[in-house]
Design a protein around this ligand. Sequence first.
Ligand code: UDP
Length: 511
Amino acid sequence: MATLKENHELRAIFVPFLSTSHIIPLVDMARLFAMHGVDVTILTTSHNAKIFQKSIDLDFHRGRPIRTHPLKFPASDVGLPAGVEAINVDTPKDMIPKIYMGLAILQPEIENLFNQLNADFIVTDLFYPWTADAAAKLGIPRIMFHGASYLARSALHSVQHYQPHLKVESDSEKFVLPGLPHQLEMTPLQIPAWVRSPNDYTELMKTIMESEKRSYGSVFNSFYELEGDYYVHYKKVMGTKSWGLGPVSLWANHDASDKAARGQTKPESKEEGWLKWLNTKPENSVLYVSFGSMNKFPQSQLVEIAHALEGSGHDFIWVVRKNEEEGGGGGGGGGFLEEFEKRVRESGKGYLIWGWAPQLLILENTAIGGLVTHCGWNTVVESVNAGLPMATWPLFAEHFFNEKLVVDVLRIGVPVGAQEWRNWNEFGSEVVSREDIGNAIACLMDGGEEDAEMRRRAKKLSVEAKKAIEKLTLVPIPMDTKLKVIFLPFASTSHIIPIVDIARVLAMHGV
Ligand code: UDP
């Protein structure tokens, strides 16, 4: 392992996966390191760089040592049209293996850059297991970025290790996830299909886990007060080092310009209609409905959501994605959604945002009173930052595990009752009814006792989220001064473990 010289400015290379929801938190994390004096280079393809370049430019002009090193994606070598180089909601299914092939072609170039740019360490997405070996060859640490929660990774470990889903009689019978800090119940239908029926993805996940064990450690967008039991549990079962550096969106995006630029490829419009509309609404009165960056519901489900929202009597912002494959204009289905949009605009009850919404800006608006969310991890953390309760509607990836954290552990959410895990680009047989969606919205927004308790807990967590980033952001670190810090952990294992980890992270950064 290379040793660091005195006064040497640390150089790090960050490599996000080619998918918006992986790029956003890892770029926030990279910006965080630059904010604390680490010289950061982000490697990604030109098209993907557009998603975050505005944020990097803002930081660069603030004097932070951060830049993007664009890579040319070998589209023509793998038979892809120019510009198709990301795995996102609109990526045609048949093009996805070709994007992986393009990534494989880029591998030697990325490996060379680790060397040429003299990286002291690399922080790479979990989907690049080969970077553990590349780092080992250079004698530098590889830190793996997990896009998920500690609870989700712990739950996945539990299911894979103990196979509890094989011990029940039907797909809808509940089992307890063994070995976890809480009694969490799930059904076989709610765990990923690649766990139930092993396939190529199962093999890939195995390779990823092995690469994690060969890495220096892992980083999560999480913080101790959010899921401390699982932070400790995960490190114990994996036997690896790990750090919760979250909430990263709060750390890295202080100004409105940061929040607006995040994940936004289109130029900002001067007249933000949604903001004007939202500013006319009373505090805590508006529901924000969004299903992340990767989901497209079929028409049958969109109709149920529309009826549930209209029937709830509450004001709402709904981020809708067009389903072109179904035809029939925006949102599919013969203009149903356009008529719905016209109606709710006229009555002032609702605002539809098509495609991409400036989520951080919306969530911090005091008019927002709660979310309907797919439980994507970034959104869960962002809702916690904003102190908002959630109606949970898990869909794919590790969403069902995240729902357990929100509903059963933190008790800041109410489920719509989704039963079936599905692949991110597929829609299974399940359509959640307008009644079920409406019931969850009522629990969340109708001002009952349950709602008030959830809201109180969510607000408390939001205070903790802000505390989690308070100390370091308030202390400007002069570049040429060696900081000396004394750590004084409380005499209890669960307090000692995280504070010693924090001390080690600071030492790793030259304090
Ligand atoms: N996001 C956004 N606007 C959108 C959709 C998503 O700003 O219209 C951001 C959101 O704030 C979050 C990320 O994209 O940071 C989505 O990540 P998440 O883990 O919630 O869901 P995924 O997209 O992975 O399903």
